[in-house]
Design a protein around this ligand. Structure first.
Ligand SMILES: C[S@@+](CC[C@H](N)C(=O)[O-])C[C@H]1O[C@@H](n2cnc3c(N)ncnc32)[C@H](O)[C@@H]1O
Length: 199
């Protein structure tokens, strides 16, 4: 077999193994949110102030890119562990010139979310338990959330330092929290989209 073809085959095998390996490791594949789901998630992101939007597990970058385009004045951050989706998302970010989007190949559990105003999630039940634990640890570290809310409910993230304000989740609920909004999509499963306000 010619060398180029062998090389191509090796690259395909490497990325396929890496995709399967990371899916098994993190507990979910990089399947993107459906069109109805991301439209609803972005609609629920309206009226959440001007603070940073974080996509926890940004996959191929499709949701994060749309968030960056919809909210050009807000910082958008994506964390993704899976190599191939991450590389594709970096490529798409360059293609679309999304200057307000920053993508990291990193475990969001080991990342600093203190700047986040909105956490976007499309994970799985165990992943949402991790997000819940992350929020609790942010609360334990101490936040200025109450002073933030006392400031006339102005959604200005400069007045707080340790806690995300909103969690918007596709399909999976956030344990130990009550959603302020739950929208059922007009799809086969009537999939829920939840919005939690953390105060
Ligand atoms: C179902 S996809 C969602 C992609 C995108 N957020 C969307 O809604 O279109 C979930 C992604 O989360 C990633 N993921 C899961 N746990 C993670 C973690 N702890 N840190 C970073 N990425 C993670 C997975 O690799 C996967 O690509």
């Amino acid at each position: 077999m010619p060398t180029l073809e062998v090389l191509f085959l090796l690259v395909v095998v490497f990325f396929s193994i890496s995709l399967v390996w990371t899916t098994l490791r993190v507990g979910i594949s990089p399947m993107p949110s459906s069109a109805k789901a991301y439209q609803t998630m972005l609609m629920l992101t309206e009226n959440t102030g001007q603070g940073a939007i974080y996509d926890l597990g940004s996959g191929w970058g499709t949701l994060a890119l749309r968030a960056a385009a919809r909210f050009p004045d807000r910082k958008v951050v994506g964390y993704e562990l899976s190599l191939l989706p991450y590389l594709v998302s970096i490529f798409l970010k360059q293609v679309y010139g999304a200057n307000n989007l920053t993508l990291y190949r990193r475990d969001f559990m080991a990342s600093d979310l203190s700047e986040a105003s909105v956490l976007l999630c499309y994970l799985y039940p165990g992943g949402m338990s991790k997000v819940s634990a992350l929020i609790s640890s942010a609360q334990i570290k101490g936040s200025k959330l109450s002073s933030f809310h006392n400031e006339a409910n102005q959604l200005n993230t400069t007045t707080r330092d340790a806690l995300p304000l909103f969690v918007i989740s596709n399909n999976f609920s956030l344990p130990d929290h009550q959603p302020e909004q739950e929208i059922r999509l007009n799809d086969f499963y009537h999939s829920p989209i939840y919005r939690y306000r953390l105060d």
